[in-house]
Design a protein around this ligand. Structure first.
Ligand SMILES: NC(=O)c1ccc[n+]([C@@H]2O[C@H](COP(=O)([O-])OP(=O)(O)OC[C@H]3O[C@@H](n4cnc5c(N)ncnc54)[C@H](O)[C@@H]3O)[C@@H](O)[C@H]2O)c1
Length: 336
């Protein structure tokens, strides 16, 4: 149970962009004890953001993530169209559309009002930070801060340095983000897609290749993925998994399998056709599967319920779970 409270004297955290992720990041920061100034870059956000954040906070209260009701947290949230409200912030997180020109225009407005030592971070999924920080007034204070949706339940966070970023600022954020309930990853050198998207997209590419070449259906690929990697990935990552299951076997398989893996550099036809026909997935009930509106709604609700449940399980297995067990048993530390 989070029994944190807001420190009203603390500098507020700033958010710019109040769509899906901006609202869940706002929820996470409030419950971590920060007053939050949230800037709506488009007027439509002003009406939708507060109910969205309220709904997240209500769910968090019901699920036991906080012992305080939404009104307590919301009293420390300012939603405004005025960038000037960010002037006291030591950290501003940009969360606007995945569009370089839009993001750069937003940075100009942020830099015009915040002090020189304020960290400006982008939640970009894949635009290199080195490109985003180019042309900024103070490029060294720009970092990537890549969250996973829904940010108030997930422990994922990537902190990414661009070519001109101050690594010390990234290290500071890395340490600090534990307060937000994260198990962060520090990406010291910029690379497109950072770590997680490079791993995931390698898997997506192979998944398309298997389906498009008739080896398996979408359903079968999904089932294999859920019941293999989906079974252990909340406990361990790829390298620990190989340690757990025997390293030499992987060495043997790699020699013969790697040359056969897909290395296509264009967007697969299967996804291209869906997107060109307007398919968005469960959002409009048109994706790789077809949904009735009722099924699409139920998938959204099921995903939300699952995200709270997997969080409860994940909290039992932090990255240092074995060290903790040893410390609890008061055994001497070995090379773990
Ligand atoms: N959705 C995810 O799961 C996810 C995960 C990680 C990172 N991201 C990244 O987070 C960022 C936001 O994604 P999202 O899913 O919240 O998107 P979204 O579509 O829900 O929200 C986009 C927001 O961008 C802002 N915006 C729209 N047009 C604008 C304009 N012309 N000028 C300035 N601001 C404008 C608005 O605040 C809008 O609410 C993107 O960079 C995305 O790649 C998303």
């Amino acid at each position: 149970m989070n029994n944190k409270e807001i420190n009203p004297g603390a500098a507020p955290a700033g958010i710019v962009g109040l769509g899906l992720m901006g609202c869940s990041i706002t929820t996470c920061l409030l419950m971590a004890g920060h007053p939050v100034v949230a800037v709506a870059p488009i007027p439509a956000d002003v009406d939708t953001a507060e109910p969205r954040v309220r709904e997240h906070l209500k769910k968090c209260f019901e699920e036991g993530l906080t012992d305080r009701e939404p009104d307590y947290w919301l009293a420390h949230l300012t939603i405004t169209e005025d960038y000037g409200a960010l002037r006291e912030c030591k950290l501003v997180i940009e969360c606007t559309l995945e569009d370089q020109a839009i993001k750069k225009a937003v940075y100009e407005k942020i830099e015009a009002v915040v002090p020189e030592d304020t960290i400006i971070a982008s939640n970009t999924s894949a635009i290199p930070i080195s490109l985003l920080q180019r042309g900024a007034k103070v490029p060294s204070r720009f970092l990537g801060l890549h969250w996973a949706e829904p940010s108030h339940t997930t422990r994922f966070l990537e902190i990414i340095c661009g070519d001109s970023s101050d690594v010390q600022k990234a290290e500071w954020l890395y340490e600090f983000s534990h307060v937000w309930g994260k198990e962060p990853t520090l990406v010291r050198k910029d690379i497109r897609g950072f770590i997680t998207n490079r791993l995931m997209y390698a898997m997506y590419r192979e998944a398309f290749s298997l389906v498009e070449n008739g080896y398996a259906t979408v359903e079968d690929v999904d089932r294999a993925c859920r019941n293999n990697a989906g079974y252990w990935m909340t406990l361990v990552g790829i390298f620990r998994w190989m340690d757990l299951t025997g390293v030499p076997a992987y060495h043997t398989v790699m020699k013969d399998l790697f040359p056969t893996l897909n290395n296509q550099t264009t967007v697969p036809k299967l996804i291209d056709d869906i997107v060109k026909a307007g398919g968005k997935g469960v959002q409009n009930a048109k994706g790789f599967y077809s949904y009735t509106p009722e099924e699409a709604k139920l998938w959204k609700e099921t995903f939300e319920a699952f995200s709270y449940e997997i969080r409860r399980l994940a909290l039992k297995y932090p990255a240092d779970v074995v060290k903790k067990k040893l410390a609890a048993a008061d055994k001497p530390k070995k090379d773990i």
